[in-house]
Design a protein around this ligand. Structure first.
Ligand code: SF4
Ligand code: SF4
Length: 88
């Protein structure tokens, strides 16, 4: 069986449901590439694995980021700012 989504959870008798954790968010982390010192703290500590590194830059997937703020709280140079989510 092949899944295109990142997170799945079997629920009840009516099949497998996907979990789009981005729907939970009330605040959104915004990462400043100028301030980022590329330490990797955010990537290592994000509980839903929503941060990735590509071509030397760290980026956040807003499909899965649930807005917990762990990345912003621990970022040494304060390169991540939590801003209110606009109405979805
Ligand atoms: S924790 Fe901050 S400085 Fe470190 S990689 Fe993430 S955004 Fe960059
Ligand atoms: S706010 Fe939480 S879920 Fe979103 S990228 Fe940061 S650590 Fe991950």
């Amino acid at each position: 069986m092949k899944f295109k989504t990142k997170y799945i959870a079997p629920v009840g008798g009516d099949g497998i449901h996907t979990i789009n954790t981005g729907d939970w968010r009330i605040k959104k982390p915004v990462l400043s590439q100028e301030k980022c010192v590329k330490c990797g703290y955010c990537l290592l500590h994000c509980p839903v694995n929503a941060i990735s590194k590509k071509d030397g830059q760290f980026t956040i997937s807003y499909s899965y980021c649930k807005g917990c703020g762990i990345c912003a709280h621990g970022c040494p140079p304060d390169a991540i700012e939590m801003v209110p989510e606009v109405e979805k």
